[in-house]
Design a protein around this ligand. Structure first.
Ligand code: HEM
Length: 510
């Protein structure tokens, strides 16, 4: 309800008692000091300094909306998840889209990946698909995730973003190259949240009624069409409007132009994972659509703006660990790390009872027997006994939902992904070769612009990486940076500023 439609209210304190004067503080005399018994002033100031909660460590700037998911195709051969049980079934949802590196007040139209998080309120519990607008990620080992955030966020001394820090890190990790290529491509600045696809990115699993497991990738394809901004268009927008994505999403929903995405899945039978000639749980790689075609599932529509941004968008808590029977995890080590980290972040950011905040609360009964804790706002399970096992049938586990056993073997050590698979470039090369000449030129120009004032040896190193991917990619980026590949490669080997060698094996030129 907009403000002018709200019913008249009478101001009270938090205990419900009337506020007599909201203009003048309680003082001793017309020109005298405050009285400590000005209860309303104390309460007002106390609340004011507690209004700001910690922002999300990344994905701090975002927009959210409620909507529904409708099943249009039968995928019950792959999953018993109640949300997909029949064609036509509708499930309520809440989605939040984000930029990643910027803080809560950052501008929307920045070159960055976009978060694409959806919370489905299913009858068997909340299922959160916490993805991005890209099918891959910079990393394939969670060990490097905090470093990634340090590299792309502000420098500890200057408190400014640093092209040197950012590109030093990216170019030292060749597995980041695929994602870097996407971010520097024309898709690197979506025109709005409505005009981009969404991806679960990781491999997850589906489990059907016969308790068979399938590996799965989730894809949301925008029905609004892909639309992007050039650097110049984005700069012009930011000069006038830092909230361009928020405005676009909010206004389109307000005027009844509800954005929609079609959900597809790619499915791999469990046993194939051992046979395929690529690592099916590697987050820096996509699955071929020829081998694993897109299977249509349903439609997501966003149709209701939150009445209060803080209540629903700021306090929303998405976690890859919010899974339901029929949808589960995979051995992807990035996903595995996220299973603990999100809820942990939310216990810090929102408190231990964050799952009770209305936007996060499941729409089905919850009987977790987790009680008490700061901010507990429900009946706390009343007088029900709180131990298990007990003789009264309380808190019974539900063994019928057990997943099929997952075969795992191997010696415990710090397995080096790079020894297992050092093919960093075939997929970005395929992507590069799909681009038109114009798109390739945008990739070169965007890369050069983003590298900005990064130190020279970092530019040389990136040119070397691009050249290793495809000579034309290397030549194009070199030219956009005002040099040649030959000069860059020679300079890289001798640059005294170059510290740690790239994790990439030496690249031969010609
Ligand atoms: C937000 C950790 C990788 C998508 C967050 C948050 C944390 C986090 C702590 C803030 C949560 C909160 O305060 O509510 C990590 C770690 C990762 C990782 C440790 C890797 C090891 C990824 C990947 C994706 C992703 C691969 C996409 C495929 C998101 C999104 C949000 C988010 C969309 C914002 C959710 C929202 O709208 O509230 N991440 N992340 N993250 N992450 Fe990640």
């Amino acid at each position: 309800m907009s403000n002018n439609k709200c019913p008249v209210t009478h101001l009270t304190m938090n205990n419900g008692a009337p506020v007599v004067d909201n203009q003048n503080s309680l003082t001793a005399g017309a020109r005298g000091p405050l009285l400590a018994q000005d209860l309303w002033l104390n309460e007002k100031l106390a609340n004011f300094v507690r209004e700001v909660i910690p922002e999300r460590r990344m994905h701090a700037k975002g927009s959210g909306a409620f909507g529904k998911f409708t099943v249009t195709h039968d995928i019950t051969p792959y999953t018993k998840a109640a949300i997909f049980s029949e064609i036509g079934k509708e499930t309520e949802l809440f989605a939040r889209f984000t930029t990643v590196a910027g803080e809560r007040g950052a501008a929307d139209a920045e070159r960055d990946i976009r978060g694409f998080a959806v919370k489905f309120y299913t009858e068997q519990g909340n299922w959160d698909l916490v993805g991005n607008n890209t099918p891959v990620f910079f990393l394939r080992d969670p060990r490097k995730f905090p470093d990634l955030n340090k590299a792309v966020k502000r420098d500890p001394r200057t408190n400014m973003r640093s092209a040197t820090n950012n590109w030093d890190f990216w170019t030292l990790l060749p597995e980041a190259f695929h994602q870097v290529t996407i971010v520097m491509s024309e898709r690197g600045i979506p025109a709005s949240y409505r005009h981009m696809h969404g991806f679960g990115s990781h491999t997850y699993s589906l489990i059907n009624a016969q308790n068979e497991r399938f590996w799965v990738k989730f894809h949301f394809r925008t029905q609004q069409g892909i639309k992007n901004l050039t650097n110049e268009e984005a700069a012009a927008i930011i000069a006038n409007d830092r909230e361009s994505h928020q405005r676009d999403l909010y206004e389109s929903i307000e005027k009844g132009d509800f954005p929609k995405w079609t959900l597809f899945i790619q499915v791999m039978p469990e046993a194939d994972a051992e046979k395929v000639d690529f690592h099916p749980f590697d987050l820096t790689k996509v699955w071929s659509k020829k081998d694993y075609p897109l299977i249509e599932v349903g439609v997501m529509e966003l149709n209701r703006n939150p009445a209060n941004f803080f209540a629903d968008v700021e306090q929303s808590a998405f976690a890859p660990s919010n899974l339901v029977p029929g949808i589960s995890v995979s051995p992807d080590r990035m996903l595995q790390a996220r299973l603990f980290n999100y809820a942990d972040a939310q216990r810090y950011r929102l408190g231990v009872n964050h799952h009770q905040i209305p936007v996060n609360a499941p729409r089905c009964p919850v009987h977790s027997n987790m009680r008490d804790g700061q901010g507990r706002a429900d009946g706390n399970y009343g007088s029900a006994i709180h131990y298990e096992p007990n003789s009264f049938g309380q808190w019974q586990e539900q063994a019928q939902f057990a997943e099929p056993p997952l075969k795992i073997n191997g010696d415990a050590t710090y397995w080096d992904y790079r020894e297992d698979d050092n093919d960093y470039f075939s997929q970005p090369r395929a992507l590069f070769n799909l681009m038109t000449d114009k798109e390739k030129q945008s990739l070169f120009n965007n890369t050069a612009a983003a590298m900005g004032d990064a130190l020279d040896f970092i530019k040389y190193r990136h040119i070397r990486n691009c050249y290793a991917c495809d000579p034309a990619y290397g030549e194009g980026v070199a030219k956009a940076l005002g040099m040649t590949v030959a000069d860059a490669m020679a300079a890289y080997e001798t640059d005294p500023a170059r510290g740690q060698a790239s994790l990439l094996k030496p690249v031969k030129y010609k």
